[in-house]
Design a protein around this ligand. Structure first.
Ligand code: PRX
Length: 631
């Protein structure tokens, strides 16, 4: 199934077709997949509900499309290459046939452990092949996976387990991250103290440690698969049955479980993968994300495998054993498409060119970025030193909620402009709206980025709370999906994403709600209240700046800061650590008690002269003090 567009003219023609006849357009594409029973309708939708159904009546299992369908033609082709954290360790290669067997074997193990269609399973794993196997095995039997990034704390994991009412956790004893080893099972044990729904824990032996194994609850992965058949029929799923829940931050304190379904997600991840990366039959494709995020779901696991590609999975970090690791791996495996995040590029840039110049990188054809706006300097460095000015860069804009890439170049087909994501993929209808929600039709403008027609992998609901899905995405601008991003459209219609316009901070391409971090800061015993904003950070894109009011102003600022940081790490994980903590005596509030973040943001950005009108504040004096103490 080759769904690739071959020229920019063809793109323009397909795009026009996808707007004038969306159903016909997607029907042509969807027909090329393996359906256990064909669908009755292509798309039924109503953004008011929202109530969105793609391929209604169709029966399908995404794993049959990702595995079984390839066995005849590509059984011996590599599906997965796994590169370990330590370059001296052996790498792993699995053909489609081998991956199919392993997925079936583990799927049978899940069934033997009492898992049934519809059960939720939380996966908290290192970046090892078994993570991909676990994800696919869940889908195989119709269980709903919810991968929790292995950097999240016990507290954050417990929240997610409880929200999903998960029955099982799949984890490992620990993981390798650069020179460090991180315990995972210990974190799971701590989380499970506050979770009643978990009946079983499967533990993969990654480090040969001897973690605590709870009698009657915990079982080793190798014991669970012992004697299991290597064939397992794919469960018949309705196209709209839930495939996974992935938790992501919003503007309130509680992460929300974004729900994607079998049929639409399958069609869109494969279509977008093939077109954005222009991945050919014998190419080796590598996405450096973690499967704990949507990028890993859609573009390490599902998109590439449904397309019959060879996907590389990397256990380690870009700087271990040295900052040339990414490029060493590219040369070692002959990587053709390389997909990473601006924050990684900026971090490597800081180590200088030498680390990249010592590798040939001859195999590279397409470079990609994702997760946050890429600044021009990083874009140029990537283009010149990694791509040798010969590889196009696809700047892919999308979200957990969109399931797949929405605005991006398509390999070397599209015009390219630094820091611009470019044009929408066929089937995607972005619009820019003004403050009043009116569509701005001209070019050379800026506005709120919304989408006016559904695409197959659009969010269906937020798990257990449909109203939250409606109010967050479909209520701001009637008849539109609201992205939470602001964007510009240049004279040629190319989009440039500016960043979030809501209370979401993007740290190294990871989303955090300000309220979520404030809740964590406030959990520290010395804190009375806090306000958190983002500020420009050279490597991370945005850093977290916390303004904190304590019961008594701390004498020892460093100790107080350490205490707060420790609490945030406990509540969420290291990834959410505030970079700057300023102790203040009060926060700027309106007379109704609302914190004026706009003011705090300006101070954090180092622009205290641009605070605007502060006369409506309850106590304008407080601002001068904050400006004086700014870090
Ligand atoms: O603000 C946008 C930013 O990341 C947000 C989505 O975050 P998340 O759901 O965690 O998914 C990240 C990976 C898909 C968006 O609302 N973002 C993502 N890609 C880009 C981007 N901002 C600018 N340019 C991008 N290419």
């Amino acid at each position: 199934m080759d769904l690739r567009i071959r020229s920019f003219e063809e793109y323009q023609q397909k795009y026009a077709e996808s707007v004038s006849n969306p159903e016909g357009f997607w029907d042509e594409i969807a027909k090329t997949f393996h359906w256990q029973k064909p669908y009755d309708t292509v798309c039924e939708w109503d953004f008011e509900g929202p109530d969105i159904k793609w391929f209604k009546g169709g029966k399908v299992n995404i794993t049959e499309n990702a595995l079984d369908r390839h066995l005849e033609q590509r059984g011996n082709k590599l599906a997965l290459i796994w590169e370990p954290n330590d370059p001296k360790e052996r790498f792993v290669r699995l053909t489609y046939r081998e991956l199919h067997e392993k997925v079936c074997e583990f799927a049978n193990a899940l069934k033997a452990q009492g898992i049934e269609k519809g059960d939720r399973i939380v996966i908290y794993m290192p970046m090892v092949p078994e993570l991909t196997i676990a994800v696919l095995a869940c889908a195989r039997i119709g269980a709903v996976h919810s991968v929790v990034f292995a950097g999240f704390s016990a507290h954050a994991m417990a929240d997610r387990i409880n929200d999903a009412q998960a029955k099982m956790v799949i984890t490992a004893d620990g993981l390798n991250r650069g020179a460090k080893q991180v315990p995972l099972k210990r974190v799971v044990d701590e989380a499970l103290q506050s979770c009643d729904s978990i009946e079983r824990v499967i533990v993969f032996n990654c480090l040969d440690w001897s973690p605590n194994m709870a009698e009657g609850r915990d079982i080793w992965w190798h014991e669970a698969i012992d004697g299991m058949p290597k064939e397992c029929p794919a469960e018949e799923m309705d196209a709209e049955d839930m495939l996974f829940i992935l938790y992501t931050s919003g503007s309130t304190g509680k992460p929300k479980g974004v729900v994607h379904t079998h049929g639409g997600y399958m069609v869109y991840t494969a279509y977008s993968f093939q077109n954005v990366f222009q991945c050919g039959e014998s190419d080796i494709y590598w996405c450096t994300a973690d499967v704990g995020w949507i990028t890993g779901h859609s573009y390490i696991v599902y998109g590439p495998l449904i397309s019959g590609a060879t996907t590389l999975m990397f256990e380690g970090v870009p700087t271990y054993p040295d900052p040339g690791r990414f490029w060493q791996v590219c040369d070692k495996h002959g990587v053709n498409q390389f997909y990473t995040a601006p924050t990684a590029i900026r971090a490597l840039m800081a180590y200088g060119e030498d680390h990249v110049l010592s590798y040939s990188l001859d195999s590279l054809k397409v470079l990609g970025t994702v997760g946050e706006p890429i600044n021009e300097e990083a874009w140029k460095w990537y283009h010149i030193h990694v791509g040798k000015e010969r590889c196009p860069i696809v700047d892919t804009w999308w979200q957990t909620e969109t399931g797949g890439i929405m605005i991006s170049g398509l390999g070397d087909l599209s015009p390219m402009k630094p820091a611009h994501a470019g044009y929408p993929l066929p089937g995607i209808q972005p619009v820019l709206l003004d403050q009043e929600g009116k569509e701005i039709k001209e070019n050379g403008v800026e506005g709120y980025l919304c989408i006016k027609h559904p695409w197959p992998s659009i969010i269906r609901t937020t798990y257990g709370d449909h109203e939250r899905c409606r109010t967050t995405y479909f209520s701001h601008y009637k008849g539109h999906y609201f992205t939470g991003d602001g964007a510009k459209r240049d004279e040629n219609g190319m989009y440039r994403i500016i960043g979030r316009v809501d209370d979401v901070i993007n740290v190294s391409g990871h989303r955090f709600g300000t309220a979520e971090i404030e809740n964590a800061v406030n959990a520290c015993s010395i804190v009375v209240e806090s306000a958190v904003v983002g500020y420009p950070h050279e490597i991370k894109g945005q850093g977290i700046y916390a303004y904190v009011v304590c019961d008594t102003f701390p004498d020892d600022l460093e100790t107080a800061r350490a205490e707060i940081v420790e609490t945030v790490v406990e509540q969420i994980g290291k990834i959410a650590k505030p970079e700057k903590i300023q102790f203040v005596t009060g926060l700027p509030k309106t007379r109704s008690g609302k914190i004026m973040r706009r003011i705090l943001r300006k101070i954090a950005e180092g622009e205290p002269d641009k605070l605007g009108d502060i006369s409506t504040l309850l106590d304008p004096e407080v601002v001068a003090d904050i400006v004086k103490g700014a870090l």
